[in-house]
Design a protein around this ligand. Structure first.
Ligand SMILES: Cc1cc2nc3c(=O)[nH]c(=O)nc-3n(C[C@H](O)[C@H](O)[C@H](O)COP(=O)(O)OP(=O)(O)OC[C@H]3O[C@@H](n4cnc5c(N)ncnc54)[C@H](O)[C@@H]3O)c2cc1C
Length: 303
């Protein structure tokens, strides 16, 4: 199967990603935007503080209009998550949730911020003592252990599959899974044990030793990975050496050109820090889109 190469790949279909797509596509570049519109923070919001759009607008409607606009300028769209990123020579190689792979000359991270907390008793107390929020960061600490992942999207499924390389036993606790058929197939063929329930309490004194599930079952486990969103910025950034902000380590660090420390990778929107506002996301997306397109064209040696 031949791997398609894009000039600019935008990860995220919220306001930052959409605006980046519009500006990058108008600079004679081949642009792909990845991610699900319905997972954008804007999707369920009602907006009345965005200039030029009077009254109260549905965030979902605004997103649909923006995506159509980007498509009119030539942006290609694929509603799937990115699972991993690697770099080789001048290209970034992306593994997609649907099982495909693509290459990009430049990347824009517009993944927003994940609502990561489970908010159950024991979570805060045992954080860092068996409770983790990042499989890619902490999997190595659980070699030979029994571990549990919870979450209903790609981060949880991909995390559970990754943990099979480290742990002796991997459970995935989720009522329903909202992932592609391909990822679901990979899960079903794997040794991950799926439990259709949710976590009500994390139990342990010094370290996690079990979970109380909504079904009433107690599940013995040495670690619980809370992976509630899509494959998140932190994990993807870690894979490729993108630096986070030095104060909170929660956001991608960028300069005024929305460039990260890795040449060719840009970031925009909530992922680079507060205020979490559509107007800010759109402004930053505009800069990132133009800068990423210029970078890609230089790599193509056309400017
Ligand atoms: C309830 C609510 C009300 C709000 N009200 C307002 C308001 O009144 N005014 C205002 O200005 N702002 C408001 N906001 C904030 C605003 O919605 C956000 O600031 C804005 O959506 C941020 O845009 P973004 O593009 O950075 O991220 P998001 O819109 O969150 O988009 C993130 C995108 O990244 C994708 N993604 C994540 N991980 C991956 C992956 N691994 N692979 C592929 N795609 C991925 C997601 O699917 C999604 O498409 C509100 C937010 C909420 C939740």
């Amino acid at each position: 199967m031949s791997v398609q190469t894009y000039d600019v790949v935008i990860i995220g279909t919220g306001p930052a990603g959409v605006q980046a797509a519009i500006h990058a596509s108008r600079k004679k570049t081949r642009v792909l935007m990845l991610g699900r519109v319905e997972n954008s923070a804007l999707h369920g919001a009602h907006i009345e503080n965005y200039a030029f759009v009077p009254g109260v607008s549905s965030g979902g409607d605004l997103l649909r209009l923006g995506v159509e606009q980007a498509q009119r300028f030539g942006t290609e769209i694929s509603a799937e998550d990115v699972l991993s990123i690697a770099q080789a020579e001048d290209l970034f190689h992306l593994e997609l949730e649907g099982g495909g792979a693509i290459a990009a000359r430049s990347l824009i991270f517009c993944m927003g911020v994940a609502k990561k907390k489970l908010n159950v008793p024991g979570e805060k107390e045992l954080s860092g003592r068996g409770v983790s929020y990042c499989v890619d960061c902490d999997a190595n600490f659980y070699r030979g252990a029994v571990v549990t992942v919870t979450g209903d999207r790609s981060a949880a499924v991909d995390g559970a599959l990754t943990l099979l390389d480290y742990a002796a036993k991997v459970y995935l606790v989720a009522e329903e899974l909202n992932v592609s058929k391909e990822l679901l197939n990979r899960l079903e063929k794997s040794k991950v044990e799926r439990i259709h329930s949710s976590i009500k309490q994390i139990i342990g004194e010094r370290m996690v030793h079990s979970l109380l599930l909504a079904s009433g079952q107690t599940l013995e486990t040495e670690g619980v990975f809370i992976e509630l969103g899509s494959k998140g910025a932190l994990e993807l950034a870690t894979q490729i050496g993108v630096q986070l902000d030095t104060e909170s380590f929660k956001y991608i660090a960028v300069n005024r050109h929305m460039a990260t420390n890795v040449p060719g990778i840009y970031a925009a929107g909530d992922i680079v820090g507060p205020p979490y506002q559509m107007a800010k996301a759109v402004g930053e997306g505009c800069i990132a889109g133009m800068e990423a397109a210029t970078y890609a064209r230089k790599i193509r040696k056309e400017d």
